[in-house]
Design a protein around this ligand. Structure first.
Ligand SMILES: Cc1cc2nc3c(=O)[nH]c(=O)nc-3n(C[C@H](O)[C@H](O)[C@H](O)COP(=O)(O)OP(=O)(O)OC[C@H]3O[C@@H](n4cnc5c(N)ncnc54)[C@H](O)[C@@H]3O)c2cc1C
Length: 379
């Protein structure tokens, strides 16, 4: 089966690798270079707390407990220095303490490896972090972070070894279709690539790509700033991901921290960004004193692809050979969407947990081809 995957970020790289590994002939297209989109500007954590304790739609909640094992298996299967099981530390503001104590109880009951310790114990583990006098520090030893560009490189390398074809600088500018199937994509060079199946893994460009096929898949595009600190001197770097009420920092391959400032709570909605990085560094140095007096060495902006109501995975009933894999959390969920795509595209099996994630939810009545729910509501 010939398959074209559009977009070589974390999601497209996972999907292409898995489809090729399971016997498809895959061509992976990227308008620019693999791993250069949102994947290169991400905190890229994989963690289970508090996510496993949060209330979420049934299907996603059923898939979530399998993510960590999938990621660990992948690290054995695809060589590369991209997985960093550093562990993570988290604490919350006094206002959120009661809520998080309850979330911790639920997470532990659901099997998450979570230790709840006092700040004194946490200090012994991370002597370079100044912990506040909070009631509890939550430690998740199995959490970690993924080097986004490195995992994409590793997946693409393995994909190519298996015979997959990567095309860089290959922007899809048109999608050719009949009433019920996509037949090919046109690149900006004018070249047309035909295939049996197509996967839209365009991340925050996913709406554009589906629109080229005549579809209206909405996406909230939520920018997130990541700032990178100077490299630490020997012995001064925190070893774990440090997740405070105001910001989350993870070790970065450059030797410093990659930090996303998110506001004043652990449960703040996505979309808050710092407006003054100097003030941010003063705030951060209160927790990591060795960063006092330093400024960020660079910053990047990632555009989160957030489909309203959760990930979009699957095809529309009236266009079954055009599959979507668009989600936020695409670093942690990448291996899962790849597994789902392989099952559904190559083996014609249905993954029942995806029921609420189908793109048809954006249409009032899936049998009425092309009728978009929002348009109809306004009529
Ligand atoms: C600040 C921040 C923190 C985050 N933290 C986490 C986290 O802790 N854990 C987590 O799992 N996720 C996190 N995310 C989200 C995660 O980074 C994204 O969900 C993920 O990187 C999206 O990957 P993707 O492959 O879907 O998209 P991208 O990486 O953006 O890849 C899409 C690719 O499609 C290509 N493309 C676009 N249009 C076309 C076209 N017309 N033709 C061909 N190619 C095209 C682009 O060039 C790009 O390479 C965070 C994001 C941000 C911004």
């Amino acid at each position: 089966m010939k398959i074209v995957v559009i977009g070589a970020g974390s999601v497209g790289a996972h999907v292409s690798y898995r489809l090729q590994e399971q016997g498809a002939e895959v061509t992976l297209l990227d308008a620019s270079r693999p791993g250069g989109g949102t994947t290169s500007s991400s905190i890229a954590m994989h963690s289970e707390f508090p996510q496993r304790a949060w209330h979420e739609e049934e299907g996603r909640a059923a898939l979530r407990p399998r993510l960590d094992a999938m990621m660990s298996r992948l690290a054995e299967e695809v060589p590369g220095d991209y997985m960093h099981t550093s562990g993570a530390l988290l604490w919350v503001s006094p206002e959120e303490q009661e809520e998080f104590d309850e979330l911790a109880r639920v997470a532990i009951k659901r099997g998450v490896n979570l230790e709840v310790v006092d700040p004194e114990t946490a200090r012994a583990l991370e002597p370079n972090v100044r912990f506040p006098e909070c009631a509890a520090v939550y430690i998740e030893p199995d959490a970690g972070w993924v080097d986004g560009p490195a995992i994409v490189d590793a997946l693409v390398e393995r994909f190519e070894e298996l015979g997959g074809v990567l095309r860089k600088g290959a922007r899809v500018v048109a999608v050719r279709r009949t009433s019920d199937r996509v037949t090919g994509v046109t690149l900006d060079s004018g070249e047309v690539i035909e295939a049996d199946k197509f996967v839209n893994a365009g991340g925050s460009w996913g709406s554009h790509i589906s629109a080229l096929a005549g579809l209206a898949i909405p996406l909230d595009l939520v920018p997130g700033v990541v700032v990178y600190t100077e490299p630490f001197k020997d012995g001064e770097a925190p070893q774990r991901i440090i997740n405070t009420p105001g910001w989350c920092g993870r070790p970065d391959p450059s030797g410093g921290l990659a930090i996303h400032w998110r506001g004043h709570s652990q449960t703040a909605r996505h979309g808050e960004n710092i407006d003054n990085t100097e003030e941010m560094m003063i705030d951060i140095a209160k927790v990591i004193p060795s960063l006092a007096g330093t400024l960020p060495v660079r910053s990047t902006v990632g555009i989160r692809p957030i489909p309203p109501g959760g990930p979009v995975v699957g095809a529309l009933p009236w266009l079954p050979n055009f599959y979507h894999t668009i989600s936020h959390g695409g670093i942690g969920w990448g291996p899962m969407w790849a597994w789902c795509a392989a099952k559904e595209i190559l083996h014609s099996e249905t993954v029942p947990e995806l029921a609420a994630m189908r793109p048809a939810r954006f249409y009032l009545n899936p049998s009425q081809v092309g009728r978009h729910a929002d348009d109809a509501e306004q009529q």
